[in-house]
Design a protein around this ligand. Structure first.
Ligand code: PFF
Length: 452
């Protein structure tokens, strides 16, 4: 293998991979997006379909990405280059890791802006700005933030700086140091917050909303939302898990590691729901409020509860931490590639990539105020970027990566990577990926495009 493709490090223990991959999976998607998508899609029915999507689409595709990452143990672009030089796959497949990387890159541009809102709200929570706030006061606070590009720019820049500094470290050192400590803190704190919320909020209404469902509630839109959410939440289709797969220990069972990641991801989403909904129902706030659910409802609720200043600070700190460990995985693909291929120091590579994302982020944050004009199809820049990434780039990336693994990588090579002593388990995964996950993603994505 050429020297430029040598691996820079291996996770020191199998658990570090699990922490890092869970850190990537658990993010704004779980704590900010999952509760409002659940709220908009009818609660229990969405949760049921979402769990099925995690199991039948998310997990098999996640395993495929990690396995692919481990085959050559290099960054995704060089991995596919290497496979094509060895005539295992056609050189055209190099397009796929590029597409995945660009998708992660574009998603990071708006992810960072929303993470910036979390930083802004962390600062407000610590200063006690939520105390005694009214419903209109909470909406005004959020609208005022959206209307102030200079403040959004400040927080977006701070968040990107944190991302660049963390990715700039060796991934097996910098990242593992962060997630090893922060992920357990995040899960435990969210659990404590959920206990608090359940004890002061409306528990029966929450349980009914989250866990009861009827057949009639399972519509195509619910399925579409659930598949999209599962892919986004597990960070698949964007090369992040593919890139992390390069660092995974050769002796580790990918099935086991990935199942734990999916479990942690679901657990955090459920905990986030249990933090938000009891308080939402107790205050008779509209569960369908959408993206503002976290940023308008929670300050209102925390601001009027005993100990609210403390709990609000913890909540928004968790949101920032979760966003950071996800954001770093979105830059990893290109940073690893620049470092391994062109010997550019990781920090420098992270900085170069970070600057580009930062600029795109500026266009995103301006779309909420001065640049709120239609760019195409009546959508502003932020809305367009969101639609293009979530409806086109992300599913197409996940489908192509899965097709590459399922149909073009030799069976024996995959079986070696999977390292499962039980051949039946391998066959199960392989068949589910080929005959359930890929067709389901193709049908649902196409149906979504033609607006079924
Ligand atoms: N899985 C992350 C979340 O739920 O917030 C988002 C994400 C991370 C998407 C990394 C894509 C990615 F490459």
């Amino acid at each position: 293998m050429p020297e430029s493709r040598c691996l820079q490090g291996i996770w020191s223990s199998p658990w570090i991979f699990i922490f890092a991959a869970s850190g990537s999976a658990v993010g704004l998607g779980n704590i900010w997006r999952f509760p409002y998508v659940l709220g908009q899609n009818g609660g229990g029915a969405f949760l049921l379909v979402y769990c099925l999507c995690l199991l039948l689409v998310g997990l098999p595709v996640l395993m495929a990405e990690v396995a692919l990452g481990r085959t050559v143990r290099s960054n995704p672009i060089d991995t596919v280059n290497d496979l094509s030089e060895r005539r295992i796959v056609h050189p055209a497949w190099v397009f796929v890791p590029w597409l995945a990387g660009v998708t992660g890159f574009l998603i990071l541009a708006f992810y960072s802006v929303i993470a910036g809102w979390s930083l802004a709200y962390l600062q407000r929570a610590i200063s006690g700005d939520f105390m005694g706030i009214s419903q209109s006061g909470a909406s005004d606070m959020f609208n005022a933030l959206l209307a102030t590009p200079s403040e959004m720019l400040l927080w977006h820049s701070m968040f990107m700086l944190l991302v660049v500094i963390t990715v700039g470290q060796s991934v097996t050192r910098g990242l593992s140091a962060v997630v090893r400590f922060l992920l357990p803190v995040l899960v435990v704190s969210l659990g404590l917050l959920a206990i608090y919320s359940v004890s002061v909020g409306d528990m029966p209404a929450t349980l009914q909303f989250m866990f009861q469902w009827a057949w009639k509630d399972i519509t195509f839109d619910v399925v579409l939302a659930a598949v999209g959410m599962a892919l986004f939440s597990l960070s698949v289709g964007m090369g992040a898990m593919f890139a992390y797969g390069a660092y995974i220990n050769k002796r580790m069972s990918i099935a086991r590691a990935c199942s734990i990641v999916v479990g942690v991801d679901l657990l955090v989403a459920l905990l986030a729901g249990l933090v938000i909904f009891p308080l939402v129902f107790a205050s008779q706030i509209d569960v369908q409020a959408g993206p503002s659910l976290t940023f308008v409802s929670l300050p209102l609720i925390f601001g009027n509860l005993f100990g609210g200043q403390f709990f609000a600070s913890v909540f928004f700190l968790l949101l920032v931490v979760a966003a950071l460990t996800s954001a770093i995985s979105m830059l990893e693909l290109f940073v690893a590639w620049l470092h391994e291929r062109f010997y550019i120091a990781r920090l420098k590579a992270a900085f170069l990539m970070g600057i580009v994302v930062w600029f795109i982020g500026i266009a995103v944050l301006l779309s909420f105020n001065q640049w709120d004009i239609s760019i195409a199809f009546g959508l502003n820049f932020f809305e367009l970027l969101d639609k293009v990434t979530s409806l086109i780039l992300l599913p197409v990336g996940a489908i192509l990566l899965s097709i590459l693994v399922a149909w073009f990588i030799p069976h024996s090579m995959l079986q070696n990577e999977m390292i499962t002593k039980n051949v039946n388990h391998f066959q199960w995964w392989y068949k589910v990926l080929k005959y359930i996950s890929i067709p389901a993603m193709v049908v649902i994505t196409l149906a979504g495009w033609i607006g079924v």
